[in-house]
Design a binder for this molecule. Structure first.
Ligand code: ATP
Ligand code: MG
Length: 388
């Protein structure tokens, strides 16, 4: 491979700290796969024959900082030139409870490759960029073929999350219309095993799945295989292709929360362990969809209004041609009156009620009502209420 990260001096310091002591140390997984595809690389994982304690000793002796971030899995984060590298000792699968594979340390790269999920994720590269391919991942990557390392059923029953990972990686790197039928059949047969996987792990994979440039085919395959119902009960995939098309026609970026909101699953917050902010975003998009676009922009800001515009377009009700101006105008608008302007004429809950009424009128007027008009409205209505 040739990739910009091969020029990082920090990466070379980590690798030579280990190889200088006679160990193997190789870049592995997503970094190698994406470099081969010419796609961006997010983080760099290193696999090594050195045991975790040796990794700490050797990298610290080389003047690097070693943080045991996942010591029980053999993972040390080594910081070099301000960048963190996850260094993990070669491992092999020993047994499993189906929720997570149980692993033991190994000093053989072949064993490490065999416990990885897909052949294209089991590619290694040394500091010079030379690729090591123990399980035939290069051919599969060239064909954009997601292939389990070993027999799909056996690999899935070790860790049922691999079902979801199959669809996630197919969405990102698989050839359209060419998903491996044997793997699909295994995913369909074993889908119920996903019920035993933690919401946190399901959530992490589902976010990445829905963030793919076009997850339509993968999601459709999941629905057909009966997998989607175990992840997101109640999800309706019908309008997903239209949403992907709308992102392009409206010129808006692809965002997984919008795709998730479109699917309208029963309890996504719990099923995916969404954070409080992510949950609020889902709720706000859902509410925005019930409002006219300017009202949505006024209440929730331009980002959520654009999300609602995308979903509305996907569902067949696109916004007016001047939707962008509508959103910009509404998001900038500010109600010219506040509680203090209504006192002393009003007090207590009457203030809130009058403000809400004024706000509705303000939105309905296209944000054109003046302070005087709004005051007259808010106070006038109160006088009327009192005289009733
Ligand atoms: P991304 O670009 O999304 O980070 P990645 O390939 O780095 O993709 P990760 O989830 O970060 O994916 O995992 C790193 C590597 O660890 C994978 O490439 C794979 O080799 C291995 N791996 C991760 N999770 C599993 C799993 N559940 N079963 C087997 N191997 C796994
Ligand atoms: Mg990764």
């Amino acid at each position: 491979i040739s990739a910009p990260f091969l020029d990082d001096s920090g990466l070379h310091r980590v690798l030579t700290a280990l190889t200088g002591a006679g160990h193997q140390a190789l870049i592995v997984g997503g970094a190698v796969r994406n470099a081969l595809l010419g796609q961006p690389v997010s983080d760099i994982d290193i696999a090594t024959s050195s045991l975790p304690e040796q990794t700490v000793t050797l990298t610290e002796a080389a003047g690097l900082r070693a943080v045991p971030t996942g010591i029980e899995h053999g993972t040390i984060t080594v910081v070099a030139d301000g960048h963190g590298y996850e260094v993990t000792t070669f491992r092999r699968d020993v047994e499993t409870d189906g929720r997570r594979a149980v692993v033991a340390f190994s000093d053989r790269i072949e064993e490490d490759a065999h416990r990885r999920d897909f052949t294209m994720n089991a590619l290694y590269a040394d500091a010079s960029g030379e690729v090591i391919d123990p399980v035939g991942g290069l051919d599969d990557l060239a064909a954009r073929r997601l292939r389990f390392v070993g027999e799909p059923r056996a690999r899935i029953t070790e860790d049922y999350l691999r079902i979801l990972r199959f669809f996630r990686f197919h969405a990102w790197y698989g050839a359209k219309g060419a998903a491996d039928p044997e793997a699909l059949a295994a995913c369909a047969e074993l889908a119920a095993g996903l019920d035993g996987i933690s919401h946190e792990r399901i959530g992490a994979e589902t976010r990445k799945l829905l963030a793919a440039p076009d997850p339509t085919e993968a999601v459709a395959l999941m629905a057909r295989a009966g997998v989607l119902g175990h992840i997101l009960p109640g999800a309706d995939t019908h309008d997903l292709p239209a949403l992907i098309a709308a992102e392009a026609t409206l010129g808006l970026p692809a965002e997984w929360p919008v795709r998730l909101a479109l699917l309208g699953a029963d309890n996504a917050a719990q099923a995916l362990r969404l954070s409080r902010d992510e949950t609020r975003l889902q709720d706000q998009i859902a509410t925005a969809l019930t409002l006219p676009l300017p009202a949505a922009a006024y209440r929730f800001g331009p980002h959520i209004a654009r999300s609602a515009a995308l979903i509305a377009t996907a569902r067949g009700t696109p916004p007016a041609p001047d939707w962008q101006q509508q959103i910009a105008h509404a998001a900038d608008a500010q109600l010219p009156i506040a509680a203090r302007h209504l006192m002393p004429e009003l007090s207590g809950p009457a203030i809130g009620a009058a403000l809400r009424q004024a706000e509705t009128a303000f939105i309905d007027s296209g944000f054109s009502l003046s302070k005087q008009e709004l005051l007259a409205l808010a106070l006038g209505q109160d006088r009327q209420r009192k005289s009733d």
